[in-house]
Design a protein around this ligand. Structure first.
Ligand SMILES: [Zn+2]
Length: 286
């Protein structure tokens, strides 16, 4: 069975993200190490780190994932923004090391009209620099697919094959987001279309490089290049598509994170996670 979890806020303190994931019985946790719309790099005190790690041990050794800030553009042709983005990624590598986080997820960025080739080169160099500057980070950087709006890289999965070629010695992984796949134009609502998508994942990413799924239903149409997450089974993607992924033997032990709309009591998260667990269980009775 996959490890189903959710993105949680660190509001109140880092350790509250773990209290929240425990509350919904999640088995994987993703969080922003800071306000995702600000550049400011947080300085955690040793006390804060200790509280987090204590809470983590109590919860269990489940996968931890940091999602980088939305402000980053690791493919930006603008030198200042590019440098700022790299410095921020380096900071996340350091934070992840302190907090025992194995995965950092980042979006590939936008080439801003300068072309996919240049964008991928810039992205690859940014990744190389981050690994060089923080050799103590032993986790994996995961690049997430996007809905491919405007000049966003990573809509077409073929671009990740180019990225892999540029990162010879560095082992990265990939995070696949269902709402982004669907928004870009990959259909996987029938067994046949799911198999076709999987073949593309195999060809361009290699199945073993998929380390994380973001499971989100969508409010946008197939190929709309739009991205609005919704509750599992209640959007344009539908329940059946999710059953293919969670029941797929190639993805059985992976963390799968929901980034669906939240309410104060986290009851929607609880419900979405239950839905996914039930879908995953169905395969056993087959
Ligand atoms: Zn996502």
């Amino acid at each position: 069975m996959p490890l189903f979890g959710a993105h949680m806020s660190i509001s109140g303190g880092l350790e509250y993200s773990i209290k929240r994931i425990k509350q919904v019985k999640g088995e994987a946790l993703q969080f922003f190490s800071k306000n995702q719309r600000q550049w400011k790099i947080p300085k955690f005190t040793s006390k804060e780190i200790e509280l987090f790690l204590n809470e983590y041990t109590k919860w269990g050794n489940y996968p931890l994932i940091i999602h980088t800030s939305y402000l980053l553009n690791l493919a930006s042709p603008d030198k200042d923004l590019y440098q700022k983005s790299i410095q921020n990624l380096i900071a996340e590598f350091k934070i992840a090391t302190l907090l025992n986080v194995s995965y950092i997820v980042t979006h590939p960025g936008s080439h801003r009209g300068k072309g996919i080739k240049l964008g991928i080169s810039l992205l690859a160099n940014a990744i190389i620099e981050a690994f060089e500057k923080v050799p103590e980070f032993k986790g994996i950087l995961l690049v997430e697919n996007t809905c491919g709006a405007g000049n966003l890289l990573g809509g077409n999965l073929e671009e990740f094959a180019l990225l892999k070629e540029k990162l010879l010695d560095i082992k990265i992984g990939f995070c696949l987001d269902t709402a982004h796949l669907f928004g870009f134009g990959y259909d996987f609502r029938t067994s046949l279309t799911y198999q076709k998508l999987k073949q593309k994942i195999k060809n361009y990413l290699d199945l073993s490089n998929v380390k994380l799924w973001h499971l989100n239903d969508s409010l946008c149409d197939l190929g709309s290049k739009k991205d609005k997450h919704f509750h599992i089974g209640q959007g344009t993607i539908g329940l059946k598509a999710f059953s293919f992924i969670v029941q797929d033997k190639d993805f059985q032990n992976l963390p799968m994170i929901i980034e669906t709309p939240k309410d104060k009591t986290l009851s929607s998260d609880k419900k979405n996670l239950q839905t996914l667990k039930q879908l995953a269980k169905q395969v056993r009775s087959k």
